[in-house]
Design a protein around this ligand. Structure first.
Ligand code: NIG
Ligand code: FE
Length: 411
């Protein structure tokens, strides 16, 4: 089965297969072909180019894209999309003046979500999560990562991981599963952090391996949560299981976690709202992708990740939603791209690179998605009639998407 997109006003983000991510000044370049065609075969990009070299229309499903842009779908490398219930009461507490930290200290926050999740059946957790997954797919997300981390007991973590696996099996887009082994310290282990880590790692990792439940590991490295030493311990333990490190780090404080991430060859270091010159220096020359989560900064009113500083240092940057009930209850990547332009002063080209190819790299999917490249999945966004790609972030509250295509088929 072949689908042919014709008369595409601009085909955005065309890349050679050898490009794994883009960094520094190159992030401001978004390679495009004007008046283009794109051919899909068996769900993958088979050919593309200028309309002058367009193949014959015969025997193909033809989509006339006159006036419209076609680009790779969003690659959201950091979500906690599997969760139970929500935290709307804490939202009101924050409106009334409490900080995220104060709410967490009185038993709210991650512990609140864990309590709800532990009491929720796997079936209900799956159903609740599936609704969110379908919503973000309609908003243009064509690949994503989902973390556990709201279980906080081995049983509940495994329940989360099995729900993620079920979503992987039943969904047409690539989903990466990450075991967020150390997200918060539950009440029962308040003065026994070592015991908690031992239990989580000792009881979850062997089952995770046996059931193939995750490909990456994560830790929340932050004052009041887990230290750089704890982070090193978790990443060390995960090495034997071949799990790829990805860490939550520098959300509120810079405590040396970025260096630990780089030392363990983390695929990504995520958050980075607070970023020191030493952190930037340690990232230079590494293969670790910095990931910004502007939805979290927007929702909590905390600083935005300093994109200009990161890009000026020659580093790459990815954008992700952090979709979760506490700090970013939205998985809308269109909003993330807009917010990055408006508040982080990223150019539209930089933001689109960050939310496509660099996001794909951050979850080890750069061979599959993230650019218009022959052989990659035809997970695509067809926009409405637009004057330029700048309108995508500019018209921030509007839906600029006419149709999402997954494996070349309209969603
Ligand atoms: O990435 N920072 C740690 N974890 C999540 C939010 C956790 C929550 O508040 O539920 C995050 O922002
Ligand atoms: Fe997160």
């Amino acid at each position: 089965m072949q689908t042919l997109f014709t008369n595409i006003k601009e085909l955005l983000q065309i890349r050679e297969a050898s490009v794994a991510f883009v960094a520094g000044a190159d992030m401001n370049i978004l390679p495009a072909i004007k008046n283009a065609f794109l051919l899909v075969e068996e769900g993958r990009i088979a050919a593309f180019g200028s309309m002058e070299s367009c193949p014959t229309l015969e025997g193909k499903e033809v989509v006339d894209a006159t006036g419209k842009m076609l680009l790779p779908s969003w690659c959201d490398s950091h979500t906690h999309l599997v969760y139970a219930g929500n935290r709307e009461e804490e939202f009101k507490d924050r409106i009334n003046g409490l900080s995220y930290e104060e709410i967490a200290n009185k038993g709210g926050g991650i512990l609140n979500s864990a309590k709800t999740l532990q009491a929720t059946s796997a079936e209900s957790l799956y159903q609740q999560s599936k609704v969110r997954l379908e919503e973000v797919m309609r908003l243009g997300t064509g690949a994503l990562e989902i973390k556990s981390g709201y279980g906080l007991t081995p049983e509940a973590e495994l329940k989360m991981l099995r729900v993620i696996k079920r979503l992987q099996e039943e969904t047409s887009i690539p989903i990466k599963a990450t075991f967020l082994a150390a997200h918060a310290l539950p009440e029962a282990f308040k003065s026994n952090k070592a015991g908690f880590l031992r239990k989580m790692l000792g009881e979850v990792l062997p089952v995770l391996k046996a059931e193939d439940l995750a490909s990456a590991i994560d830790v929340f490295c932050e004052t009041g949560y887990f230290s750089p030493e704890d982070t090193a311990e978790v990443l060390q333990a995960a090495q034997a299981y071949g799990l790829v490190p990805k860490i939550h780090v520098n959300q509120f404080n810079a405590i040396g976690g970025v260096a630990v991430g780089v030392q363990y060859n983390a695929r990504s270091v995520d958050h980075l709202e607070i970023l020191t010159d030493a952190d930037v220096a340690v990232l230079q020359g590494s293969k670790t992708m910095p990931v910004a989560l502007p939805g979290c900064s927007f929702f909590l009113g905390i600083p935005y990740t300093p994109a200009r500083k990161i890009i000026a240092a020659g580093l790459p940057l990815a954008l992700a939603s952090d979709y979760n009930p506490g700090s970013a209850p939205s998985g809308n990547m269109n909003f993330i791209v807009s917010t990055a332009c408006i508040h982080m002063k990223m150019t539209p080209e930089e933001a689109i690179n960050a939310a496509t190819i660099n996001g794909a790299y951050a979850m080890e999917l750069e061979q599959e998605v993230g650019s218009i490249t022959v052989g990659k999945k035809a997970n695509l966004i067809l926009t409405k009639t637009l004057s330029s790609c700048t309108v995508l972030p500019y018209a921030f509250g509007s839906s600029n998407i006419e149709q999402v295509y997954i494996n070349g088929k309209p969603l």
